[in-house]
Design a protein around this ligand. Sequence first.
Ligand code: SIN
Length: 305
Amino acid sequence: MDISTDLCGIALDGPVLNGSGTYDALAARRAFGEALDRDFPFSAFVSKTITGPPRDGNPPHRLWETPSGMINSIGLPNPGLESFVSGDLPQLVGLPVPLIVSVMADSVEGFVTLIEAVAAVEGVAGIELNVSCPNVHSGLIVGEQPTETEALMKALRPLTSLPLIVKLTPNVANPENVALAAEAGGADAVSLINTLKATAIDPDRNRPWLGAGGGGLSGPAIRPIALAQVRIVSAAVTIPVVGMGGITDGESALEFILAGARVVAVGTENFRDPAAGIAVRNGLSAALERRGFASLAEAQASTLS
Ligand code: SIN
């Protein structure tokens, strides 16, 4: 089964990526050595989101399991741009697959600094703009508003010829309006969905379980919402869509492709099974074959009736 594809000019040997922040490739490499490089679980690697200044992240608890999913309140802990560029980034560009670096800032100027620094590094294949993290107060403002999203993209587009992928929030009534604005501003692709705003309550202490009060829900529980949003957004825009939200196997990956996603990303399932990307990739080939598709491209071109 030929499952090779491309994402806005990035050639991929398959359509399964990781969701940002759900797989630590450098820790996996330390644990599994060269065996990881021989069968890397994803066809492109998306880094954990990097911000300009270092961030400690949110107070504990940061993770809460729910029926068929989890809430995370991580809060984007990261070493900051300078340390990332001199530390992790040179190692990440050495991974056996294309590297997409995820960045987030709370101002246009902050994004400009991040894009200029990351785009200057040889070997970076693309940049994902996280305008949708529910765990940082400022993270949602741009991604909730089409005009803000378009203005941000217009400021960033001239800075690099690398593909710019905008990660959309599901926490708006009409995600297609933000996607259309991202496209109008020059985005090369959109990825969706990020997590849904959620919380968990501890009745004994009469307070939320999560240190920050709330977080973002992910996992199979959100898959139907993600599929609906991917379907609506991919019908609205002409740029490719990276679909994610509760993908656990080849069948669920195929659902996203048929809903209009060009490629898919596995997120929460990586916490349960670090080899989930391989299972999804192999399962997708089998799922395509069962439906009589001759290739991934044939499924990507088919439209839902
Ligand atoms: C986090 O670190 O808070 C999760 C990242 C995200 O939701 O974008």
